[in-house]
Design a protein around this ligand. Sequence first.
Ligand SMILES: *Cc1c(COP(=O)(O)O)cnc(C)c1O
Length: 372
Amino acid sequence: MGRAATATINFDALRHNYRLAKQASGNRKAVAIIKADAYGHGAVIVAKALSAEADAFGVACIEEAIELRQEGIKNPILLLEGFFTKDELETISNLNLWTAIHSLEQINILANSALKKHINVWLKMDTGMHRLGIEPELYELAFHKLKALRQVNEVVLMSHFSSADDILCVDTKKQIHVFERATKNINAPKSLANSAGTLGHESSHKDWQRPGIMLYGATPFATPHPIADQLQSVMTLSSEVIAIHHLKKGDGVGYSKTYICDQNTKVGTVAMGYADGYPRHAKNGTPVIVNGQRTKILGRVSMDMLAVDLTHIQGAAVGNTVVLWGPDLPASEVAPYCDTIPYTLFTGVTRRVHKEYKNILNRDVNAFRKAG
Ligand SMILES: *Cc1c(COP(=O)(O)O)cnc(C)c1O
């Protein structure tokens, strides 16, 4: 009923991808990354679907973690950016969260806090990305400082890659080398791999991996890859043809007429626009699937609609299903037409788009009835 713009989330695919992350890393433990509302898939429901098997969950900030705890998620939850203000420490301790620590200032704040329960900390090293983390030269000192605090329980050593999606780039090897050199005298669990590390860099497999984008079925790589190509798309973004126009050669389509028909063209109007999260800068020719057949978008994406070429589509009619991305049209194939990556496509889907959930196991739902 109503407007058809829908994101269908398939939890069988999600679980398949999580298991693939475990398999690809020789069954290392995994922090399933569900920050940013599980990359637009719905953090609470994704957490519920993975709760029986995820070793931990990773989020960007305490608000995201609080929501999960309120919904009954009992798995460990790691704050990937740590705390921003000192008043968060009380909540971190009360909700039994794990926090990253990426600066000496944060260690001092923790040292001066009156926490009653010990917390688990992931101490981040800047091995070359230069975004967050303690310099390698200061790292061992920082570790011992942390370990000596009564507020601290376990410490995990971590770093993050800048270029692991480029399999051949030497920076990943360099970062691993910097990390290993700076931690060689420290006996503690370690964590390096994001999705690209898990899939493409065996030497990044440590005690913990941190898969994100791969859980949602998108390959981090620009080229085919034997394991990444086994990932299954979790989200299908779809809508419907709501009008059809028969245009003549020379007619223009949409705002500013950025597409001019080079022949008589059957044009379909689809209820999907940039206010749904479909990028406005998707180029003429971006692939879509209409009525099960591949075709392309024509002209500019507007706020609530876009146009597609139906000239060669068999059975083209108002009401046809249009798939913008999904199992037969990976977001990683669409993204380059929009000068972006699947991450922004997924996280960009807006609340106007209906969410539908497939293959939620009863087991998950029952587990939460009990927990609730
Ligand atoms: C987001 C994030 C990840 C996951 O990265 P993907 O490329 O999505 O696998 C892992 N680690 C940290 C610290 C992150 O911020």
